[in-house]
Design a protein around this ligand. Structure first.
Ligand code: SAH
Length: 461
């Protein structure tokens, strides 16, 4: 029976027409029906659409798009044939220019709504000239369906694999790798993993490609150590994948959604691939974190460097430093940089990266930024001139913001992948002696709803 929520003008399965007046941060169209909010995935601002109500909540309903009655000028035919089934992209039906406008608006809205910051300069989003084929890493689950090897991304909110030939946002080498590995394991009879029965062997096909070097790594994530037909598989991949420099087996026998297990074995070639951001070289191992869009990473870091306004005498703290990418980028223009990161392996990589590039004015420290930085400040006498933060989606821990407010660096540069937590943290800094000067959104993930932004913040004196 259709579910009815009291006092709400729509009910489940009802078909209605409505106008879309905005878009959510996940790229869904948002409209009102008799004053009640309705979300419509795939609908765009300015469109009139016919939808079927799927789920009714107290203050909003979720619907399915049936027909675009009056389309927007920025609506596009998505180039990917499986766009509507696959959960990887969200905005292929929107022109790229409109995607950039939308992403800026998400930042503006969050700053106003959450940060109560309505007069901050938010620049137009810096986009890519060619917003396709940008990803340097692909991690594709594999399965056996009706006797066929299928590999592709999951449909949204499911574990149903949508078999794919290729992916237009990934480096083209990744498509060749997927095709070759799929064919090879099918023909050699190596069995893909069955998630429900926790049986079978090949769980994920991972490709990592050095965008500027072309060096290519294939990682086969397996549910067990023994890899049948190993030599034939290696030989075939070597023959058919042109820029291959490394084949790795990663063993993951756990019942988990986490892709990688702890142990990696190099089956052939090198243990790592090399790539660059600007003129800094990085070695990337199968599991290490590296920004997935190296072209835009450079744009992002150049902006962070500009906002840091370094002259060569500054002491800088790079909180949430990962493998030290931003720290090394800044080190050339600063007196000293301290990078702080919670994952020990990332700090090991950061130290090696510093050495490899001959950069000696950096120190990398393992620990939580909110614990290490107060210690650096009180016990080691470090009082940074500039603090750079690049936290995960949940934003900065309040203890870290408190430390910044006490340490009083002249400038803070905030690199954010989540406008909501960014706005919350900027509010805190505004209330504790800082002013947000300008915000630069950068499109690191074209065709998806993800928004990245760099913010210039200065101390009030
Ligand atoms: N600046 C890096 C990584 C940013 S991703 C780059 O651009 O490549 C955010 C990083 O913060 C991750 O590496 C994550 O491991 C780390 N992290 C998460 N919580 C943390 C905390 N409390 N203290 C320090 N680092 C943390």
């Amino acid at each position: 029976m259709a579910k009815q929520v009291l006092g709400v003008p729509v009910k489940q399965n009802q078909i209605i027409e409505l106008d879309i007046h905005g878009m959510s941060h996940e790229g869904e169209g948002v409209g009102k029906y008799e004053g009640f909010t309705v979300f419509v995935a795939g609908a765009l601002t300015g469109e009139r659409v016919r939808v079927k109500i799927m789920k009714v909540h107290k203050s909003f309903a979720v619907s399915r798009l049936l027909e675009v009655v009056a389309p927007s000028d920025v609506r596009m035919d998505p180039p990917c044939p499986i766009y509507h089934q696959c959960g990887g992209c969200h905005l292929q039906h929107v022109s790229y220019e409109a995607q950039l406008v939308h992403k800026r608006q998400i930042v503006v809205d969050a700053l106003e709504r959450i940060g109560k910051l309505s007069h901050v300069l938010v620049h137009p989003t810096l986009g890519m000239k060619e917003p396709w084929k940008y990803r340097n890493k692909s991690q594709v689950p594999v399965s056996l369906v009706n006797g066929h090897v299928v590999a592709g991304f999951y449909a949204p909110r499911t574990h149903e694999i949508i078999d794919m030939e290729g992916c237009p946002i990934q480096h083209p080498y990744a498509d060749d790798i997927l095709k070759t590995v799929k064919q090879a394991i099918a023909e050699l009879g190596v069995v893909p993993y069955d998630e429900i029965g926790h049986k079978g062997l090949i769980r994920h096909i991972v490709s990592r490609i050095g965008f500027f070097t072309g060096e290519t790594m294939v990682v086969l994530v397996t549910n067990g150590r023994y890899l049948p037909k190993k030599d034939r598989l290696i030989e075939r991949l070597r023959r058919e994948i042109p820029h291959l420099v490394s084949i790795v087996q990663n063993i993951n026998t756990a019942k988990t959604n986490v892709i990688f297990g702890q142990e990696s074995i190099t089956l052939w070639g090198k243990d790592t691939i090399t790539d660059y951001i600007g003129d800094i070289q990085f070695e990337i191992s199968p599991r290490s974190f590296f920004q997935v869009n190296p072209v835009q990473t450079r744009v992002l870091y150049e902006k962070a460097l500009e906002y840091a306004q370094l002259t060569g005498v500054e002491e800088v703290i790079d909180a949430y430093c990962g493998i030290g990418t931003i720290s090394l980028f800044l080190a050339k223009k600063a007196r000293h940089v301290y990078g702080v990161e919670v994952i020990p392996e990332a700090i090991e990589d950061a130290k090696k990266n510093a050495e490899r590039n001959g950069i000696s004015n950096v120190d990398f420290i393992v620990g939580k930024a909110e614990e290490v930085i107060p210690f650096l400040n009180k016990d080691k006498g470090v009082s940074a001139d500039v603090v750079v933060v690049d936290p995960p989606r949940k934003g900065c821990d309040e203890a870290l913001l408190q430390t910044i407010a006490t340490m009083r660096p002249e400038r803070v540069v905030y690199v954010s992948c989540n406008p909501s937590t960014l706005a919350r943290d900027l509010r805190y800094l505004e209330d504790h002696g800082y002013q947000t000067l300008e915000v630069q959104p950068v499109d690191m993930f074209p065709q998806t709803y993800h928004v990245e932004a760099v913010v210039s913040i200065v101390r009030n004196d």
